[in-house]
Design a protein. Structure first.
Length: 152
């Protein structure tokens, strides 16, 4: 009975996370739709987890002209970790691992927070850009980490 209850709670948490990220994406897409462009707007999401903490990352971008990707923003949410001293590192990178744009948090990200950062970078598609999200979760004992990736 307990495992069934845990399963239903996990499904409810996933559903809530998907709805939250979908609403963030809808707002971003509505803003992008207001601009008159001939590009195609898109959103992507990914997540990783370690010792109970979950990092969900998302990004909005356009497949711009001249064979480039225009990355408009990147965001994250930390779930199942109520710590006050989580760290998050977001980076848009080229396939060789070099950062095009990076945002390191301070040691002050609270669990449950959602944050979106403006990127506004144009990257040639030939560089095969991707977004990396890397959290270090604030827990008792050694702080676990993981990494989530999104390719454009």
């Amino acid at each position: 009975m307990t495992s069934q209850r845990n399963h239903h709670q996990a499904v409810a948490v996933r559903r809530k996370r998907i709805l939250r990220t979908a609403s963030i994406a809808a707002i971003g897409l509505a803003v992008m739709a207001g601009a008159t462009t001939t590009t195609s707007a898109a959103s992507k999401y990914s997540s990783c987890s370690s010792r109970g903490g979950i990092l969900s990352i998302g990004t909005e971008y356009n497949l711009a002209g001249q064979n480039t990707v225009w990355v408009t923003n990147a965001g994250f949410t930390i779930e199942r970790n109520g710590g006050h001293h989580n760290n998050v590192y977001l980076a848009v990178r080229k396939s060789d691992g070099r950062d095009v744009w990076a945002w390191p948090s301070k040691d002050n990200v609270r669990g449950g927070q959602t944050r979106t950062e403006k990127v506004h970078k144009r990257i040639p598609r030939s560089h095969r850009p991707y977004l990396k999200g890397h959290p270090t979760f604030d827990v008792l004992g050694p702080d676990p980490s993981c990494a989530a990736y999104i390719t454009y």
